[in-house]
Write a protein of this length. Structure first.
Length: 202
């Protein structure tokens, strides 16, 4: 699964160990984690408008490509809040985490949000994180993971063979990308996905 992780606490040394642990837990569970926010240049805001525009476009693309996002929101940030709102707008499941040793409350827009795609969880240890994230991933996998055999006409298989060689990727990846593009445009499916996620958590 593709995961987008975002945070604004990399400069807080006491939280950095937890951020590192979140990445570790996600990757140990087979997730491909986007590292933009983990490796983000702290001087980005001082760079040119072109650099900032490129970063913005990358974030938009990464969130749309992801299956879900995880946000560490101990240091409550407008930028991270924007990314969360964007993900929810795309009907992506979102897990918001905050450290109880650093903050005792989280903003009302998160506490009061009724979207069943949004999970807000407090943690105080790496063990808490493992339990919370593993449970969240279990819910996501139940929705996303499936395998099936597809019998294709010769002309479609011929195209997939050509496209995979052109792009240097597998035929399965070509097929997945094409389906994901359809999914991104299908608003009725996004509403259906949200209803399924809601049913599983009631």
């Amino acid at each position: 699964m593709n995961a987008y992780f975002t945070t604004d606490v990399l400069s807080i040394e006491s939280i950095r160990v937890y951020v590192d642990n979140i990445y570790k837990i996600l990757e140990e569970n087979g997730c491909k984690v986007d590292k933009f926010n983990y490796q983000k240049d702290p001087t980005l805001e001082k760079k040119s408008d072109t650099d900032i525009a490129k970063a913005y476009k990358y974030i938009i693309k990464a969130i749309k490509k992801s299956d879900f996002i995880v946000a560490e929101l101990t240091n409550q940030s407008a930028a991270v809040g924007f990314e969360i709102a964007l993900a929810l707008g795309e009907k992506k499941p979102v897990l918001v985490l905050y450290n109880s040793n650093q903050t005792k409350r989280i903003s009302t827009p998160f506490k009061g949000n009724t979207s069943k795609l949004l999970k807000v969880r407090m943690y105080s240890s790496c063990e808490d994180l493992k339990i919370i994230i593993t449970q969240f991933l279990g819910e996501i996998k139940a929705l996303l993971n499936t395998k099936f055999i597809l019998i294709l006409p010769t002309y479609i298989d011929f195209y997939l063979e050509w496209k995979s060689k052109e792009n240097g990727i597998s035929k399965a990846e070509v097929t997945r990308t094409a389906i994901e593009l359809l999914m991104q445009k299908d608003t009725r499916y996004k509403d259906y996905l949200e209803s399924i996620f809601k049913d599983k958590n009631e």
